[in-house]
Design a protein around this ligand. Structure first.
Ligand SMILES: [Zn+2]
Ligand SMILES: [Zn+2]
Length: 195
């Protein structure tokens, strides 16, 4: 999407706000990068380094404003198995509808309050929501990452270690042995109770 009009540089303090001047003359298209997403967009699911946003803003019915666009974001997150820094990319199409505050029904999905007095559209809410929906719940460096050796901590994708494999069966056997021991002890106690 190439902006039809020259985009004014976004206000670094409020990068997700765009002016609505000229909206009645036709759609407004913008493409911009949010450089500090954690500050500009509020709490996010991942430590995104930036969020690239493209939007097409146009009048909907009467006083409503419809927004459609794309977003692309990148974060570096530890693989949940091997803890290696892993690049995560999120790409999505998104849409939102802005209505005057009196016409926003609580809980209505994708509908946001339009602050008509400011003459600006605050896109932070719908962008933040989209990132929460699209971000992976957990991150793995590869689908078959073998993780770390639980004994020595070696990253198993890079080198093998000589630790003996854990044998859960042996541990269950040991627990069963403990169970037998406590049964013996209670027998001993009941013997001691006999006068
Ligand atoms: Zn991994
Ligand atoms: Zn090991």
């Amino acid at each position: 999407m190439i902006p039809r009009r020259a985009s004014p540089p976004p206000d670094p303090a409020e990068p997700a706000r765009i002016g609505l001047a000229g909206l009645d003359a036709g759609p407004i298209e913008r493409a911009f990068r949010v450089e500090t997403p954690g500050e500009a967009l509020g709490a996010l699911p991942l430590p995104f380094e930036y969020v690239d946003v493209e939007v097409d803003v146009r009048r909907a019915d009467g006083s409503a404003v419809r927004v459609r666009g794309t977003l692309g974001a990148r974060a570096i997150v530890e693989c949940r198995r091997c803890l290696e820094p892993t690049r995560v990319r999120v790409r999505a199409r998104w849409a939102a509808l802005y209505r005057p505050p009196g016409r926003v029904t609580p809980g209505e999905e994708g509908v946001w309050a339009l602050d008509a007095e400011s003459g600006e559209l605050d896109l932070a809410g719908p962008i933040r929501e989209e990132l929460w929906v699209r971000a992976p719940a957990w991150v793995e460096c590869s689908r078959d990452c073998p993780g770390l050796c639980p004994t020595c901590g070696v990253r198993l994708a890079e080198q093998a270690c000589r630790c003996p494999p854990l044998e859960p069966d042996a541990r269950w056997a040991a627990l069963e042995g403990l169970g037998g021991g406590s049964a013996d002890a209670s027998e001993g106690a009941s013997e001691a109770d006999i006068p």
